[in-house]
Design a binder for this molecule. Structure first.
Ligand SMILES: [Zn+2]
Ligand SMILES: [Zn+2]
Ligand SMILES: [Zn+2]
Length: 182
């Protein structure tokens, strides 16, 4: 028996099979990706596989899994991490009257250094609303996944090579300090 799409009343065969989570048909997958604010550039065959998308709001191209897309729809959070972090930075100014960005802005060279130190290639330095709120659009040097990272979180590396590296706070801080001097 083929798995049937989890959208109530749809009835079409699901695009993929899962053991535990609901599965959707191709039409509903496209509708859900659209609802999440993204345009698909590539498609996936398994819901935990990364596929390439473009954000309809800010235009940033990044890779997510469909499971991740579904989890963000569920909690009403933008999937696009560039939009998410921009909103997060702005929210801090609204709520606390202060920013959460770096003390110094990141230059292109600083961003490239930071990306390299964390196993990525810099694709684009995304300027922030305020200096120090820059984001990094990077491509993993190992698996090729393209993601948006904050300067503070990039040291955690891509999920494909996270385990074997030292990401202790002193190491992170030293790298981040140096990146801001470049
Ligand atoms: Zn459907
Ligand atoms: Zn966006
Ligand atoms: Zn990777």
């Amino acid at each position: 028996m083929a798995t049937i799409c989890a959208t109530p009343g749809c009835g079409k065969p699901a695009m993929y099979a899962t053991r535990t989570k609901p599965a959707y048909c191709e039409t509903c997958v496209h509708t859900l990706i659209d609802k999440a604010g993204l345009k698909p550039i590539t498609m996936f065959s398994k819901p935990n596989e990364f596929f390439t998308t473009q954000c309809k709001t800010c235009g940033v191209v990044a890779d997510y899994s469909f499971n991740y897309v579904l989890s963000k729809i569920k909690i009403g959070e933008p999937v696009c991490r560039a939009c998410y972090w921009k909103h997060w930075f702005a929210q801090s100014w609204d709520d606390f009257g202060c920013g959460q960005g770096l003390a110094h802005g990141l230059s292109e060279e600083g961003a490239r250094y930071l990306a390299h130190a964390s196993g990525y290639e810099l694709v684009q330095l995304i300027p922030g609303a305020v200096e120090g709120e820059e984001l990094l659009l990077v491509r993993c040097s190992f698996c090729g996944r393209q993601v948006v990272e904050t300067p503070g979180d990039i040291a955690w590396r891509c999920t494909c090579n996270r385990k074997q590296h030292d990401v202790s706070m002193p190491v992170q801080d030293r790298i981040l300090d140096h990146a801001q001097e470049l």
